[in-house]
Design a protein around this ligand. Structure first.
Ligand code: SDX
Length: 431
């Protein structure tokens, strides 16, 4: 538990209130206001949660000023360089890096849960072919609670474990099926002889008419993208999963809520929006026009892939992602990709502009991921489903952590009410 030797004094109308200060293992101190309303009859006000800790957690730590991201204490650049996605999944879920035997058992359990209930194929076929793959993922993942009744009881630790493995294992299958349905090609079943990333590439890009061999370099880049998106503290979609879970909703419903939240362009939808922005800019000579628009208070345009609520320095994931972008595009012989040229020039122009420096707006994880995914052959509509696939382990880890908290209460914020005070009904003839 956090150290509570310090206190903060709040003075309201001449009355002082002593509030405990909780000191974490890393990051800023936290003022515990849980008893404030009972003692002082006041709420605190923080609409975007810019200064609010919604929970305690041991999973992920971000230092936005330093551009540091730790998963269970391990820096993201070390994990991206030395580990792989399923090992990071184990770390996030269970708190420690696995032994060889533990990793083998975990990978085997995931591999043997990759198939979907065959009847779910019919569920896909209810969508229009031009449905956005995220719409399909929200629907299909939510529908999993209608097919996997034996892992919906959140009070049963074994069912929580089975639901966790099922979701991590089946998300690539669902995302790939959403893609195949979208492009009118037949579904491709998972193959247990392929690693997690190669299996996903095979389910997306192989066709019955010919053999497909996933490139090991592209599979490694895909696995790195999964790892870089795995978890990120209490971001909007993770907070959505936690809030849904606080009501006792089943895991599939909670993850479907997280997918829905991630879809927004200010969050996980930014990778799609970023690539569409780079394509709209089109050529390097048009960059100044868009930089000016991003700085114009009267113009709602923002540089997609730039800025972050927490990082006021480089997003460490963007740094790793940029290296992967160079490797993948070099491998594919598209290092002269015009979109990548615009991205690199835009990044340089923005970082040299005092406006972005003053507001501490740096490239985030979404700035380069879209470039890699497009080069690998994915349409922009698949970028956020891939983000959702990757983030499922983070959502699940945070969901499990919350359920194991003996102090768990339903999340129920209050408000600053600015509407009408009580008034009597007016009959229509008198209005
Ligand atoms: C993700 O939370 C997470 O951890 C998320 C994520 C994860 O892994 O889960 O990291 C994934 O969502 C990354 C962010 C992806 N979104 C985008 O790239 C969309 C573009 N970025 C912006 O929408 C914005 O930067 C946010 C939403 C990411 C953060 O916004 P904040 O923290 O709420 O800050 P703000 O919108 O209040 O901006 C502060 C100032 C404003 O100017 P002023 O009103 O102070 O004059 O900076 C400006 C903004 O206008 N600003 C930008 C900008 N982002 C902020 N100006 C131009 N371009 C931008 N991208």
């Amino acid at each position: 538990m956090a150290d509570t030797t310090k206190t903060a004094t709040l003075s309201i109308d001449g009355q002082n209130y002593e509030l405990p200060v909780l000191s974490p293992t890393a990051g800023p101190d936290v003022i515990d206001i849980r008893k404030l309303y009972g003692q002082a009859g006041v709420f605190t006000y923080d609409p975007g949660f810019t200064s609010t800790a919604s929970t305690d957690s041991t999973i992920t730590f971000i230092d936005g000023g330093k551009g540091e991201l730790l998963h269970r204490g391990y820096p993201i650049d070390q994990l991206a360089g030395k580990s792989h996605y399923l090992e990071v999944c184990y770390l996030l879920l269970y708190g420690e890096l696995p032994t060889a035997a533990q990793l083998e058992d975990f990978e085997s359990r995931v591999t043997n849960h990759t198939m979907l209930h065959e009847q779910m194929m019919n569920f896909f076929r209810g969508f229009r072919r031009d449905a956005h793959p995220m719409a399909i993922m929200v629907g299909v993942v939510g529908a999993m609670s209608a097919f996997y009744h034996d892992s919906t009881d959140i009070n049963d630790p074994w069912q929580r474990e089975v639901a966790s493995i099922r979701l991590i294992a089946k998300m690539p299958t669902i995302a790939a099926m959403a893609y195949k349905y979208h492009i009118g090609q037949p579904f491709v079943y998972p193959r247990n002889n392929l690693d997690y990333a190669s299996n996903f590439l095979n389910m997306c890009f192989s066709v019955p008419a010919e053999d497909y061999q996933p490139s090991p370099i592209l599979a490694r880049a895909m696995d790195r993208i999964f790892t870089l998106h795995a978890d990120h503290e209490q971001n909007a979609s993770t907070s959505t999963v936690r809030l849904a879970s606080s009501s006792g909703a089943n895991p599939f419903a909670c993850i479907a809520a997280g997918i829905a939240c991630l879809w927004g362009p200010a969050h996980g939808g930014a990778n799609q929006a970023c690539l569409e922005m780079l394509r709209e800019i089109g050529t390097v000579d048009r960059i100044p026009e868009y930089i000016a628009r991003a700085k114009d208070k009267d113009d709602p345009f923002r540089l997609m892939g730039f800025g972050h609520r927490v990082y006021k320095n480089f997003d460490p994931r963007a740094t790793v992602m940029k290296e992967s972008a160079d490797e993948v595009l070099d491998l594919l012989g598209v290092e002269n990709n015009p979109v990548l040229q615009v991205a690199k020039e835009l990044e340089a122009a923005a970082l040299a502009d005092p406006y972005f420096a003053e507001k501490k707006l740096f490239p985030n994880v979404d700035f380069y991921s879209g470039i890699i995914l497009e080069a690998m052959g994915f349409p922009t509509s698949m970028f956020t489903p891939i983000f959702a696939l990757s983030r499922t382990v983070g959502w699940i880890s945070q969901w499990k952590e919350q359920l194991s908290d003996p102090q768990l209460k339903i999340g129920r914020p209050r408000q600053l009410y600015m509407g009408s005070t009580a008034r009597d009904y007016i009959d229509i003839e008198d209005r």
